[in-house]
Design a protein. Structure first.
Lengths: 514, 356
């Protein structure tokens, strides 16, 4: 497969690019497949507007919406405008919005119809002609996953997957497969058409400032590295809790479940950020190499031991924020006998020199006590305590808590003397809050990620071997659960999750309250 | 939350600092969701008559605000210090418990007799371990000099100076002591970004070597911004900067020829008396092959006009919202926390280009 030029390497040689906050993106046409869907309306279009507002879109930029519904260009422009006005993080500047919409086109069609791609090719050529130069092309697949391989192959068949004078990239939304076999098959079909450097597999968690800050926190501060290993760290706990149910996503969620929805992608990415070795330089190849090493070092659970390292649950009726809420099986669109897990917890071990013997506890679930995503690193207790613990809350192991949402920041739990005549100790927190320390409003994750696609930087995207390594960890668990006669354990909505999750904990460890 | 306010006259820096700590502590005790913001100290030295104007400019800067503003209001005849402290928050803490930053404003009225010891007045008032930015929007260079040891950065506007030659010289002198954030440099930032983008493709990059002429049109008061843009091109592209000659050609205020590795580059700075918008009006870059790219200010972003060697022309709009003067000041405050390695070489080149 001929390699399309990418923007990353040559940009560094542009003497005018030095000192710019963001490398310039080459002139591009972005094609969104699934352009009338929820993701496009709520996230992609507002992100594009905000990039335009900040002057971060390429100097020549066209947007082509592709979807099954019939409509004219003008009708789609109106839909774009409504979506931007409704969901942009800031009120649109009318001039910028008008100029952005002026470069929007729409093509209706079935994703498996050759006619659609013929029209698309004609339109892309026409836009190149209008611009007076060959524009880079970025195809954003924001459709149901079943269409990903069809669209990719059709792009290949119609000669739209590569061009000589400008880059061609494809962005693939999650989920990337629903099993190891599917992920491998999808990789095979995608990579038969595109080179890996052209493929941008989105995990929007990686676009979050706080997730990126984990790397800065670890690798820009010398104080953590000496402690960041099995000698000092007792265990790591990663939580992604939601208080909401499944909303209107029963069709997707009942097939996916918590393990596929959150753990296979987002939470394993967070684990990698905690456990990876420092990359030599911060570029796509080095960062992703280090993450893959972590994933490959994780012990893949054996089928007969899945019950020891994985727990699943499903929410029943309960109370949240003072209101009664229904159980999962009573949600609209969910089969009354569904065995889909809405909660999953794992105990994983990273078998390498740094982490051998340190359990990584992961849990994700819906309808839990509150919305919270955090990573907690618990250090081993001090070997000897000279102070009396009488009349005190006692000395607890130090904990480093990195909160991804809702209150982005880092806190460290330390022991401190309680004022008074006795040497009594209690835990106190030292806190860093993003919102009170930085001036700027963080861009939405999709703004960062689309911007990276436009400049051709894949650092924050998942590589083919990475996604397969993620699935390799989850696959035995999924198979064991599917084969099991036991249904998921029911937990009360608004609670901490199923009681059985404590089964995963090693002696002396505990789940942090959600 | 209502603003917490303290004031006294006469007073001392120690008493002001004590009051500040007390007010912050009271707000935090009242609700644990209020926490002191720790982003940036901005020390602003301003004549009393212009306090309102300085505050209005800061309000217009939007989200990019210092966590602690130390406003030194100067009244030459004042003998005693007057202090006022205001602790305020933009929002109320929510049920979700997100911390809300408190913004602190310390206002100190002082007189000529205080100038010799200015740093000893301000030192107790700056939040420690937080970067400190100095800003004297109406001159008062002596105050900046006095306060420089307390700060890491200074906010200046070379274009606001009536004599831009002196402004560039002062910016260079100040750069020896502090990191300089120059609003005259930040205004053309989108122009620099777009010129960089225009030559970002490998096929276009070779044309950087072939640039034969640059014409920069600007508001007549913004020669400094135009010189900084020309200086940026010269420093990035290795053109040897030599002084421009003033008054050559119709409407031109300065022009000259610079030596690049391959050829001469004609540089023209054109002040437009009729221009009302601050900053640059247009930039035209021409190559030896006859290709030209002109960027002009327009609604909804910069308007680009490209002419190809065979005469074809193309026009398009480059998307980007105007930041306005308030947004540029906010950007200046934000830039105090960053470092742009290209400003100083551009400034040095701009000084070398300064018309004879």
């Amino acid at each position: 497969m001929a390699s399309a030029p990418t923007a990353t390497a040559p940009q560094a040689e542009n003497p005018l690019a030095a000192g710019q906050e963001r490398l310039p993106a080459e002139p591009t046409t972005l094609v969104i497949f699934g352009a009338t869907g929820d993701l496009a309306r709520r996230k992609l279009l507002p992100a594009l507007y905000n990039l335009a507002h900040d002057g971060l879109l390429p100097e020549r930029f066209y947007l082509v919406g592709v979807a099954r519904r019939e409509r004219e260009h003008e009708h789609y422009r109106q839909e774009c405008e409504e979506a931007i006005r409704a969901h942009s993080r800031r009120a649109p500047d009318e001039d910028v919005l008008r100029n952005l919409l002026a470069n929007v086109r729409y093509i209706p069609g079935q994703f498996d119809s050759d006619h659609l791609y013929e029209r698309l090719g004609q339109l892309l050529d026409q836009l190149d002609e209008e611009a007076g130069e060959r524009l880079a092309r970025a195809y954003y697949l924001s459709t149901a996953p079943a269409f990903f391989p069809l669209i990719v192959e059709a792009l290949g068949r119609h000669g739209l997957a590569q061009q000589r004078e400008a880059a061609v990239r494809v962005v693939i939304e999650k989920p990337f497969g629903s099993s190891l076999e599917e992920a491998r098959e999808l990789n095979r079909r995608v990579l038969a058409v595109f080179d890996e450097e052209q493929v941008f597999r989105i995990d929007h968690y990686l676009g979050k400032e706080t997730v990126q800050n984990m790397l800065a926190f670890r690798f820009a501060n010398g104080m953590f590295e000496p402690l960041w290993n099995r000698n000092y760290i007792d265990y790591v706990q990663i939580t992604a809790a939601e208080d909401i149910g499944i909303g209107g996503r029963a069709g997707y969620y009942d097939k996916a479940g918590a393990l596929r929805d959150l753990i296979q992608n987002h939470m394993l990415q967070l684990l990698c950020h905690v456990a990876m070795e420092p990359p030599v330089i911060f570029n796509a190849e080095q960062v992703r190499n280090e993450k893959v090493k972590v994933l490959r070092a994780i012990q893949i659970p054996q089928h007969d031991r899945v019950a020891e390292v994985a727990v699943r649950g499903q929410y029943g009726p309960g109370h949240l924020a003072g209101e009664d809420v229904c159980g999962y099986r009573e949600e609209e669109g969910v089969p009354p006998d569904s065995r889909t897990e809405t909660y999953a917890a794992l105990r994983l071990e990273v078998d390498n020199w740094r982490w051998a013997g340190v359990p990584f506890y992961l849990r994700a679930g819906k309808r839990l006590a509150r919305k919270l995503t955090e990573i907690v690193v618990t250090l081993k207790p001090v070997p000897h305590l000279a102070f009396s613990q009488e009349r005190s809350l006692g000395v607890r192991p130090n904990q480093l808590v990195m909160t991804v949402q809702p209150n982005e920041g880092v806190s460290m739990a330390l022991g401190a003397k309680i004022p008074g005549t006795r040497m009594s100790i209690r835990p106190v927190n030292m806190e860093f809050n993003y919102g009170t320390t930085f001036l700027s409003e963080s861009p939405e994750a999709y703004e960062r990620l689309i911007g990276d696609v436009l400049i051709g930087d894949p650092t924050l995207f998942t590589r083919d071997d990475e996604v397969e390594a993620q699935w390799a960890i989850c696959q035995p668990i999924l198979e064991a659960w599917e084969a099991s006669a036991e249904p998921p354990e029911t937990y009360e909505a608004g609670s901490q999750g199923p009681a059985g999750a404590t089964r995963l904990l090693l002696p002396g460890h505990s789940w942090r309250a959600i | 939350m209502s603003d917490a306010v303290w004031s006294a006259e006469p007073t001392t820096p120690e008493a002001i600092e004590r009051a500040l700590r007390r007010l912050v502590h009271e707000r935090h005790t009242e609700n644990g969701g209020y926490v002191p913001g720790r982003t940036l100290n901005l020390v602003c030295f301003v004549d009393r008559a212009y306090v309102g104007e300085a505050l209005n400019r800061l309000r217009a800067a939007g989200r990019n605000q210092p966590s602690r503003l130390i406003l030194l209001t100067y009244e030459p005849r004042r003998r005693s210090l007057e202090g006022q402290v205001v602790v305020a928050a933009r929002d109320r803490p929510t049920a979700a418990g997100a911390p809300i930053a408190l913004f602190e404003t310390v206002r100190v009225a002082l007189g000529e007799s205080h100038l010799d010891d200015l740093e000893t007045i301000v030192d107790p008032l700056v939040a420690t371990d937080v970067p400190t930015l100095l800003w004297a929007p109406h001159g008062h260079r002596e105050a900046l000099e006095r306060l420089a040891p307390l700060a890491q950065a200074a906010l200046i506007d070379s274009a606001a100076h009536q004599r831009w030659q002196a402004a560039l010289r002062q910016a260079a002198e100040l750069s020896d002591r502090l990191y300089v954030v120059d609003l005259a440099w930040l205004r053309p930032a989108p122009w620099r970004a777009r010129l960089a983008a225009a030559f970002s493709r490998p096929a276009r990059r070779a044309e950087l070597e072939a640039i034969a002429a640059v014409t920069i049109s600007h508001h007549p008061d913004y020669t400094a911004s135009a010189l900084l843009l020309a200086g940026w091109l010269a420093s990035r592209l290795g053109w040897r900067p030599t002084p421009l000659y003033a008054g050559e050609g119709r409407g031109a205020i300065a022009s000259g020829k610079l030596r690049s590795r391959r050829q001469e580059v004609r540089v023209v700075l054109r002040g437009l008396p009729q221009e009302l918008t601050p900053g640059l009006s247009s930039v035209c870059v021409e190559t030896a092959s006859g290709r030209s790219l002109t960027l002009s200010r327009g609604p909804g972003g910069l308007h680009a006009h490209e002419r190809l060697p065979r005469g074809q022309e193309r026009r398009w709009v480059i998307l980007g919202a105007s930041r306005g003067e308030g947004g540029i000041l906010g950007e200046g405050i934000r830039q105090a926390l960053l470092r742009d390695p290209t400003y100083l070489p551009a400034l040095q080149a701009a000084q070398a280009l300064a018309p004879l």
